[in-house]
Design a protein around this ligand. Sequence first.
Ligand SMILES: NC(=O)c1ccc[n+]([C@@H]2O[C@H](COP(=O)([O-])OP(=O)(O)OC[C@H]3O[C@@H](n4cnc5c(N)ncnc54)[C@H](OP(=O)(O)O)[C@@H]3O)[C@@H](O)[C@H]2O)c1
Length: 247
Amino acid sequence: MDHAENPEQAWPRTAAVFGASGGIGRALVTRLAARGGQVYAGSREGAEPAGEGTTPFAFDLTDEATLAAAAEAMRDFPPQLVIVATGILTLPDGTGPERSYRKLDGAAMGQVLALNTIGPALIAKHMLPLFARDTRCVFTALSARVGSIGDNGLGGWHSYRASKAALNMLLKNFAIELGRTHTQAIVAGLHPGTVDTGLSEPFQSGVPEGKLFTPEQSAGYLLDVIDGLGPDDSGGVFDWSAERIAD
Ligand SMILES: NC(=O)c1ccc[n+]([C@@H]2O[C@H](COP(=O)([O-])OP(=O)(O)OC[C@H]3O[C@@H](n4cnc5c(N)ncnc54)[C@H](OP(=O)(O)O)[C@@H]3O)[C@@H](O)[C@H]2O)c1
């Protein structure tokens, strides 16, 4: 991928968003590009969003070779910020989220875990080696408040909750591992709020007035949170208002 480096560009000089076709991912790409940096915008089609400052790339969470290829293509001008904005709540065939253990289906659970946990972990596997050891680099994945075990008062949504709880554990593991060699690196989970996207659309009826964010709003909040994170925050999960969510 070709880039002209601009030394005046504020952090992040380069960012990569996996999930640029999603509601929140697309808004993140737009906001990051508007800051003047270079943005690698990854989607399954590899074709959006096109625009000044963005370089589209293709990947599929279930095909590790595409993740390795994406990282390789960024090697000469690596991102200082990686955001994994992919995720699934309801399967494409309409299955889920399960409200009872009676509804569990092994194959459906496997798909949710493959997309929400294993895919982001494999993105980390291929992207974290691109981080410089001595400069501020941030790896974040969109998690969810419902992935908190300590905060779980309602139950339900078994596969989704479990997939996000496991994602949070992996992020914490990666933070510990990376912290041994990269003093300025941060690995964190982010809860975007309840956001008006295709993922939340079937579940928006109970959302209180004013609590359903537009993707643009959420993306703005999330970038503010990321800007405020320091190495001591690495391993944590933070909501859109920068409040740390219980493990
Ligand atoms: N919206 C909310 O209220 C809310 C609340 C809490 C947490 N979150 C989290 O925020 C993240 C983004 O959610 P969203 O609301 O923006 O959802 P969304 O609009 O449905 O976007 C989901 C994204 O994941 C991508 N994706 C799904 N399967 C993939 C695969 N196999 N390979 C590559 N990409 C794949 C989709 O790509 P395609 O376009 O190709 O399908 C899309 O870009 C998720 O992790 C979600 O759990 C959202």
